[in-house]
Design a protein around this ligand. Sequence first.
Ligand code: ZN
Ligand code: ZN
Length: 260
Amino acid sequence: MESKSNRPANWHTHTTRCNHAVGADREYVEQAVREGFALLGFSEHTAWPYGESDFTQHRRLDLSQMDEYVSSVRALRDEFSDRIDIRVGLEAEYFPQYMSWLRDTKEEYGLDYILLGHHYCGPSESFQYYGYGCTPKAMSYFTESLAEAVETGLFMYIAHPDLMFNTLGTFDANCRSASIDVLEIVKEYRIPIEYNISGFQKKKPGMLGYPCREFWELASAYDPDVYIGFDAHDPSVLSADTHREYSAALRTQGFRVMNP
Ligand SMILES: [Zn+2]
Ligand SMILES: [Zn+2]
């Protein structure tokens, strides 16, 4: 039996409530237990207190589901407490107008953590998604808003900090300078970054994809705290072997992997 400290942990897990994941909450927990994980954190795409006129893609919690989501995860936490450490959190964008709501919500529900899933290059879902055809202008918005987001102090780590390179064909000067801007923020605020291994499944031929090799080559000089994130939208992806494989590779490159 391995010591608890060597068992994998995953803080980035979704549920069917976002309408683009499969598997019951319990199946994620059971899979993580089977694989010997020490910790499983649920970080469902947060609801936002949208007004009637706001555009929303319905790929996230609805406000009406918040109570049920939190109580479902808490019930599993209690049921499985002798086998695994279950945490309940959210993955949230940086939409400045909702940050006080997010702070209050974290407090109200006693959430364990929030991941920064910065997905749109603007203050709502109506703006372009970073993971598709990111322009230099969108990259600038990402880096400018990233510092503000991190300054809120609400976020445990930056999920997929390299999402913006996903569909680009070459890592050009703009990509390089955006990466350096991101990494400077990471260093200044000592905020951890995620090595989001779900991106490997989505990678298309001829595209940089994420995790983006060139970004991570630059990152090693900044000595960041790194979390491996499954970004699980399916219980079956939670694999201790996969976790160990990427963890070992990152350590070989000199990174400090935080989980474990
Ligand atoms: Zn998702
Ligand atoms: Zn996610």
